[in-house]
Design a protein around this ligand. Structure first.
Ligand code: PGA
Length: 259
């Protein structure tokens, strides 16, 4: 599978901001990296012919019905989405989404032909208590239904404390989490991407970590100027496909940032 750079615009972006999508499309057309822009739902249809693969940021578990204000997976696919982020920690926090809710949404996404980007990650308190791997195991088991394959699923490891904070785990911490998740995936070919304060400055160090197949980028994805250097950093590891897929014992790299 190709390396994957996903931009998560969250609740940002008006029609005028689609100029950023034009700039991204122009730069990534023939590149070795798959680029997905997860836009607010209001921008999906206007962006659908711009040449960038589109994703949504959530979907309802039902395909249609009396759910005021919600959007279903078939609606998002109809508007142009090919991917959908599910179980992001901001939704788990703001909307009380549990692993079971996330699993139901993943099934709905698959039924609509969308690829689910399923987010997992520990809080700072859980990391400090030494519970990271246990939390990841539980979230993975609870959020991922039977039937996950490389063509319908991406897993994003996003430590909650690293999202939007400018903090990132040390490279060996990312390596440990990714090796652990790889070993517990139902199919080892499913792409595992890292998310949480990825920037043009730290991207190359993160992509050098074994078992990192790409990134889920929030703040830095809003402008082509900060997103494209991240795609370029990923493209340089994409030329060495065997380097980043190794077992847990060889996981080591230089620190990216100290907490
Ligand atoms: P960030 O967000 O890059 O702004 O930390 C990442 C995410 O929440 O997906």
């Amino acid at each position: 599978m190709r390396k994957l750079a996903v931009g998560n615009w969250k609740m940002n972006g008006l029609l005028a901001d689609l100029a950023e999508i034009d700039a991204i499309a122009a730069a990534v057309a023939e590149g070795p990296v798959e680029v997905v822009s997860c836009l607010p739902a209001t921008l999906l249809h206007p962006a659908r012919d711009k040449g960038v693969t589109l994703g949504a940021q959530d979907c309802h578990a039902e395909p249609f019905g009396a759910h005021t204000g919600d959007l279903s997976a078939p609606m998002l696919a109809d508007a142009g989405a090919r991917y959908v982020i599910l179980g992001h920690s901001e939704r788990r926090r703001d909307h009380g989404e549990t692993n079971a809710h996330v699993a139901a949404k993943v099934r709905a996404a698959w039924a609509a032909g969308l690829t689910a980007i399923v987010c997992l990650g520990e809080t700072q308190a859980q990391r400090q208590a030494g519970q990271t791997l246990e939390v990841l195991k539980k979230q993975l088991a609870g959020s991922l239904p039977e039937g996950a394959r490389p063509t319908n699923t991406v897993i994003a490891y996003e430590p909650v404390w690293a999202i939007g904070t400018g903090l990132t785990p040390r490279a060996e911490e990312i390596a440990e989490a990714h090796a652990f998740l790889r070993a517990h995936l139902p199919d080892a070919g499913i792409r595992l991407i890292y998310g949480g304060s990825v920037t043009p400055t730290n991207a190359a160090a993160i992509f050098a970590v074994p078992n990192v197949d790409g990134a889920l980028v929030g703040g830095a994805s809003l402008r082509a100027q900060s997103f494209l250097p991240i795609v370029t950093a990923l493209a340089s590891v994409a030329h060495e496909p065997n380097r980043t897929r190794v077992g847990p014992t060889s996981a080591s790299a230089a620190p990216t940032h100290d907490r």
